[in-house]
Design a protein around this ligand. Structure first.
Ligand code: SF4
Length: 271
């Protein structure tokens, strides 16, 4: 049997471990025509079904195509809470000391992965970490984070009950808006987190989050006040808490947006 290069073997092992963390144990192997391959060359490796290779001890033949978590979601298959936590940890592990985009070398101290309940019904997505978040490794811990905590409390929830993450996981210098290259490189990790958590409702905080979740740039005013969808979750757009700190007059409008989220979650309005 032809052996893979050590680096490729390690990458395959890590990918298989990731799917096992999700509770997926059956894999197909597809033979390569010739030469060495890497996961980058073979992005469909874990999902290749049609051209299944003979059974092997480490990769037994499955009865059908190996489902991705998104497919499981469509089928409504339950995912055990511990599997969700493990799946999130597998994504965090894959990031490690991520150098995939320029933000890695522009003064970041920590990668702010995301924080909260892996089984959250409600998820908030912001733009990117600021100085406090970069220092603590947690999203929304500065003044804007305090306001977000108040918004969550006003909805009748605790911060620990929701999940919070950003479009990019490293702090842009001077808190500038992430460049498209940075956002497009980092956001797939966020999308995988969303696919694991499968929240019923996502609240996009601000224009950057709305742009990359909806896949198109539009004025925030035109996106607010209605329910969009993202990967099977309901998506509601509102102002970023940092913007609300600068213009408190918009808090009333933001509260109206949060009430849409509450309605979708079946939460009662506080009197
Ligand atoms: S922003 Fe995301 S893609 Fe860029 S270096 Fe940080 S973790 Fe990696």
């Amino acid at each position: 049997m032809r052996r893979l290069a050590p680096q490729t073997e390690e990458a395959v092992r890590a990918r298989i471990g990731y799917f096992r963390d999700l509770g997926i144990f059956d894999f197909y192997r597809r033979d390569c025509a010739s030469g060495e391959t890497s996961l980058a060359d073979e992005p469909e490796l874990e999902l290749a079904a049609e051209e299944a290779a003979p059974e092997s001890p480490t990769m037994p033949r499955a009865a059908g195509p190996v489902p991705s978590l998104s497919i499981l979601e469509e089928r409504g298959a339950p995912v055990a809470p511990k599997d969700k936590t493990a799946a999130l940890e597998a994504i965090r592990e894959e990031l490690r000391d991520c150098q995939r985009c320029p933000l890695a070398k522009l003064g970041r101290h920590t990668i702010v992965f995301g924080d909260g309940d892996a089984n959250a019904r409600l998820m908030f997505v912001g733009e990117g970490p600021g100085a406090d978040e970069d220092a603590q490794g947690l999203p929304f811990v500065g003044r804007a984070g305090q306001l977000l905590n108040n918004m969550i409390a006003a909805m009748g929830l605790k911060r620990e009950e929701v999940y919070i993450a950003n479009i990019v996981k490293c702090r842009p210098p001077q808190n500038r808006v992430p460049e498209p290259e940075e956002a497009h490189t980092c956001s797939p990790f966020l999308f995988r987190q969303i696919d694991v958590i499968r929240p019923e409702v996502i609240v996009a905080l601000g224009s950057t989050a709305a742009t990359y979740l909806l896949g198109a740039k539009s004025p925030l005013a035109g996106l607010r006040g209605r329910v969009h969808s993202f990967h099977g979750s309901k998506l509601i757009v509102t102002y970023h808490p940092a913007y609300l700190l600068r213009d408190p007059n918009q808090k009333k409008a933001a509260w109206a947006d949060l009430q849409i989220a509450m309605r979708e979650l079946g939460l009662k309005k506080s009197s």
